[in-house]
Design a protein around this ligand. Structure first.
Ligand code: NAD
Length: 292
């Protein structure tokens, strides 16, 4: 059974996920480029590591939770990276949301070193990470999925093996295009309601109980109505995910017209200075389009 876990990337999501694994009894050694993030791990009962090599030493499972493809490539494939120090047989579980082709490249490089690899991006936001209620979409072999399952159960609630390497990332891209689209539509509803003089809080309460009810309304309507946009999930990261979704659509030879428009709205949020705000700040773009 897995006892020791190396955890690399202790940001908004990784810090809570690592804390849940510590609570579950795993010996967690963590690394992050930001020293304050490593301090948080220490407070949660984990062991801070000064380098990737020391986070990986002796671990049976290594989890990465990093922003984007370049960071995953650097941390796993780069000098001093995971593949340089991981022992053969180690299971590397990348839970970041990145391009499917990067996941495939990481899996191929891992295989050459005898390191097993899964892509296992998540959905559920910071609250899902805190409550260990994430949805986890996993790409890789059935055998490696089974080996990681006991660890996943301390991080999430809906855990599904969706296919081979990279498939988890494609499912995550589908998730992200839906989430951004729903935020855009909730924003349009709010702008219409407020401009028409209808109380937003009451309106969203009744809408949440009907066919338009959704998780964004449940989790974010209060903060959106109050124009509170602290992240959460940053616009910069969602912009990255819309790029992955459109690149995947191109690779698959399909047309996603609504996703194209929503991606440009996310780009506008970023271009108007909301890159570090929560993705619900898409509301500000929709407001600006109406001169509000
Ligand atoms: P974050 O920016 O808060 O965390 C990323 C962490 O990685 C940071 O602490 C950063 O210092 C660290 N890091 C960056 N480069 C590094 C390197 N070379 N070596 C070591 N550490 C490094 O981002 P987050 O919100 O935690 O998201 C992480 C991933 O999970 C992203 O791919 C994101 O798209 C995805 N995700 C986020 C959410 C969310 O709600 N925040 C939900 C689901 C999925």
């Amino acid at each position: 059974a897995v006892k020791k876990i190396g955890f690399i990337g202790l940001g908004i999501m990784g810090s809570h996920m690592a804390a849940n694994l510590i609570r579950a009894g795993y010996d967690v050694t963590g690394y992050d480029v930001v020293p304050a993030s490593v301090d948080r791990l220490l407070q949660a009962g984990g062991k801070p590591a000064p380098s990737i090599a020391e986070a990986v030493a002796g671990a049976e499972v290594v989890i990465t939770m990093l922003p984007d493809s370049p960071q995953v490539s650097e941390v796993v494939l780069g000098p001093g990276g995971v593949l340089e120090s991981a022992a053969p047989g180690v299971l590397l579980v990348d839970m970041s949301s990145i391009a499917p082709e990067t996941s495939i490249a990481v899996a191929t490089a891992g295989t050459e070193k005898g390191v097993r690899v899964l892509d296992a991006p998540v959905s559920g936001g910071e609250q899902g990470a805190i409550k260990a209620s994430l949805s986890i979409m996993v790409g890789g072999s059935a055998e490696d999925f089974a080996a990681a399952q006991p660890v996943f159960e301390h991080l999430g609630r809906t855990i599904v093996h969706v296919g081979g390497h990279g498939a988890g990332q494609t499912v995550k891209a589908a998730n992200q295009l839906m989430v951004a689209g729903i935020i855009a539509l909730v924003s349009e509803a709010i702008v219409l309601l407020e401009a028409s003089g209808v109380d937003g809080e009451r309106a969203l309460e009744v809408l949440a109980g009907g066919l338009a009810g959704n998780r964004i309304l449940d989790l974010k309507s209060e903060s959106m109505l109050a124009r509170r946009f602290e992240p959460g999930f940053r616009i910069d990261l969602h912009h990255k995910d819309m790029g992955i979704a459109l690149a995947s659509a191109r690779a698959a030879g399909v047309s996603l017209p609504v996703t194209g428009v929503v991606a440009q709205l996310v780009a506008a949020a970023r271009a108007t200075g909301h890159g570090s705000d929560d993705h619900s700040a898409l509301l500000t773009v929709i407001e600006q389009l109406s001169g509000r």
